[in-house]
Ligand binder design. Structure first.
Ligand code: ADP
Length: 269
C-alpha cells in the first residue's frame, strides 16, 4: 500500500537561524530528488520528514496522520532512513545490524522470529551483500557499509525510503547499482523514495520529480525538465551550464561551463 506524504508550510530554525522556510510539497509513489547548494537545507528537510527534527511550524502528514502524533515504532514501520553518514562503532556483525531493522515490528525484548531472519536475509540478498553477513561492521569499506544501512532500512519493510546522498561513498559502478536497485524498489515494491542528491546528473537520471532548494526555500519544483534548466542552475549555484539531452537515457545532461562572474551577475540582475 502506497503512503502519501504531504509537507505543508514547514519551517525550521536551529536556534534563531531560519533554515527551512515555508516548504510545501506532496509525494505519492514517486522518486523525489532534493537538490540545492551546500547549506541550502536539504539534510534538515530530510531530518524533519524522518521526525529526527520537529519543524517550528507547519505539518507533515503520512496519509491522514500527522507525523508527530505517531510514536517512534509507528513511524519506523512506514519510514526507512539511510543517513548521510552512519557511524556504528560497536563491532556488531552485518546480519545483527540488518536485523535491527526488524525492531519496529517487534515487542520490547522479543526475540527474532524466523520471519524476521528471512526478511533480513532477503534484504542482504537484495542489496548484494549476503556474503558479508557475518563480517564485523567496523571492518567494512564505506561502500559496503552504505549497502548494509540500505539493507537495514529495507528490513523495516518501509513504505517510504529517505536517503541522504545514497551514493556518496560509492564508485561509479556501485552508484549505478544502488540507484537502479532503488528505482526497482519504487516500481516493483511501490516504495516512495525521497533522496538528497549532490550530483545533478544522477538526480536527472533517477528521479521522477525534483525540488531545488535555495537558502531554505523551494526555488523550483516539478518534473526533471522543468527544474533542471540552465537559468535555475545559474541563479542557485552561480555556475553557467549547458543542458543537453543525454543520448542514451534521454534525460537532461548538465555540462559545467564556468562560474558566474560578478559582472555577469550585475548585468543579469
Ligand atoms: P544541506 O544539506 O543543503 O547542505 P543542511 O540542512 O545541512 O544543508 O544545513 C542548512 C543550514 O543549517 C546550514 O547553514 C547549516 O550550517 C545549518 N545547520 C545544519 N545543522 C545544524 C546544527 N545542528 N546546528 C546549527 N546549524 C545547523
Amino acid at each position: 500500500m502506497v503512503v502519501k506524504i504531504r509537507v505543508e508550510n514547514v519551517s525550521f530554525s536551529y536556534d534563531s537561524v531560519k533554515v527551512l522556510k515555508d516548504i510545501t510539497f506532496e509525494v505519492d509513489n514517486e522518486i523525489l530528488g532534493i537538490i540545492g547548494p551546500n547549506g541550502s537545507g536539504k539534510t534538515t528537510l530530510l531530518k524533519c520528514i524522518s521526525s529526527i527534527l520537529k519543524p517550528r511550524t507547519g505539518t507533515i502528514m503520512l496519509d491522514n496522520n500527522e507525523l508527530f502524533t505517531l510514536n517512534r515504532k509507528e513511524i519506523a514501520r512506514s519510514i526507512g532512513v539511510v543517513p548521510q553518514t552512519a557511524s556504528i562503532t560497536f563491532p556488531l556483525t552485518v546480519i545483527d545490524i540488518v536485523l535491527m531493522g526488524r525492531n519496529p515490528h517487534k515487542k520490547r525484548l522479543e526475540f527474532e522470529t524466523e520471519k524476521d531472519i528471512r526478511i533480513a536475509e532477503n534484504s542482504l540478498k537484495a542489496t548484494g551483500i549476503r556474503h558479508l553477513a557475518n563480517r564485523l561492521i567496523t571492518e567494512l569499506s564505506g561502500g559496503e557499509l552504505q549497502k548494509v544501512i540500505v539493507a537495514r532500512a529495507l528490513a523495516q519493510e518501509p513504505k517510504i525510503l529517505l536517503l541522504d546522498e545514497p551514493t556518496a561513498h560509492l564508485d561509479i559502478n556501485h552508484q549505478l547499482e544502488i540507484l537502479e536497485f532503488i528505482r526497482n524498489l519504487n516500481t516493483e515494491e511501490k516504495i516512495t523514495v525521497i533522496s538528497v542528491f549532490h550530483d545533478l546528473n544522477l538526480a536527472a537520471r533517477f528521479c521522477d520529480k525534483l525540488i531545488l532548494l535555495n537558502q531554505g526555500k523551494i526555488y523550483s519544483i516539478g518534473n526533471i525538465d522543468e527544474v533542471l534548466i540552465a537559468e535555475n542552475i545559474r541563479n542557485v549555484y552561480n555556475v553557467n551550464v549547458n543542458i543537453e539531452q543525454h543520448p542514451v537515457t534521454g534525460r537532461p545532461n548538465i555540462i559545467l561551463i564556468s562560474h558566474v562572474n560578478n559582472e555577469e551577475k550585475h548585468v543579469r540582475t
